[in-house]
Write a protein that binds this ligand. Structure first.
Ligand code: SAH
Length: 267
């Protein structure tokens, strides 16, 4: 198996950081409320890697909160998933910056802020109010598998579909050591959804099309919510939220975004 990049000491921003010895030792320097203190996803026990990067992730989570992400469950998930494990070793230093990064084959891993924002929107679905965990979630565009790992923390089952074989394989490799039994990875055309896992309480797309495919609407459970980047009338891309209610579909158009295109077929 390909060696994942270890977390480099260079990643720090020059500011003094809590030495791992302190974290392991008697003196607690991290506040109990800090989301990043939760065990990193997939780690059987705290390892050097997990501890080295947790302070940097805590900073990212703090920034997300400052940017208006106020869902504690989402913030905790963002603090748990080690984003640096999903990017190329050359980009590890940028893994916790609020930026999208190339993941190969012309695709990108979404900005942490966008991932957190979209998942927080899903959790606000009228049919899900008050639920700690979402039920089955469909993700279109597995990419490197990062968002699937975050979703695994907030949903009972995650079905993630990718149309590019190279990225599907890469995501498998990235996610394997995390042993997330509730993530199901599918190689296929996500424009058709994934009927075998339907109905979904939430559907999230990481790629933007001209409109929302009918299959997604069909496969959404009653009370469920879909969040996807979609082209607006002005030709720009914006986040669209669609709720399936007993009164019909209800749509909200939110802020402009910049996602890779949703394409049909596999490659
Ligand atoms: N969630 C990903 C983001 C990947 S970018 C991550 O965390 O890394 C969006 C992905 O959507 C790309 O990998 C692209 O290949 C994929 N994609 C585009 N159209 C698709 C389709 N019809 N079905 C499945 N995946 C698609």
């Amino acid at each position: 198996m390909k060696q994942r990049p270890s977390f480099p000491a260079r990643l720090d921003s020059g500011k003094p950081q809590a030495a791992p010895k302190t974290l392991l030792g008697a003196t607690r320097v991290v506040t109990p409320q800090s989301p990043a203190r939760a065990k990193p996803v997939g780690m059987a026990s705290p390892t050097g890697v997990g501890l080295d990067s947790s302070a940097i992730r805590a900073r990212m989570v703090k920034k997300l909160a400052e940017q208006g992400i106020d869902d504690a469950v989402v913030l905790e998930a963002m603090g748990r998933v080690e984003r640096h494990r999903f990017v190329d070793s050359a980009l590890v230093n940028q893994a916790y910056e609020d930026t999208s990064l190339p993941i190969g084959l012309g695709q990108t891993i979404s900005k942490p802020n966008v991932v957190a924002r979209m998942i927080a929107l899903l959790r606000e679905a009228p049919g899900l109010q008050g639920a700690q965990l979402m039920g089955r979630v469909l993700e279109i565009g597995t990419g490197c598998g990062y968002q699937a790992a975050v979703l695994a923390c907030v949903a009972r089952e995650v079905y993630s579909i990718e149309r590019l074989r190279g990225l599907h394989d890469k995501a498998r490799e990235n996610l394997r050591p995390m042993r997330l039994p509730n993530v199901h990875m599918i190689f296929g055309d996500g424009m058709l959804g994934y009927a075998q896992g339907a109905p979904y309480s939430a559907i999230i797309s990481a790629a933007g099309g001209e409109n929302v495919p009918q299959a997604w609407m069909d496969q959404l459970a009653m009370g469920g919510r879909l969040v996807a980047p979609t082209q607006t009338q002005s030709g720009q891309q914006a986040l669209v939220v669609i709720d399936k209610t007993p009164q019909g579909f209800q749509q909200m158009l939110l802020e402009p975004v910049n996602f890779v295109p949703l394409k049909s077929g596999i490659a």
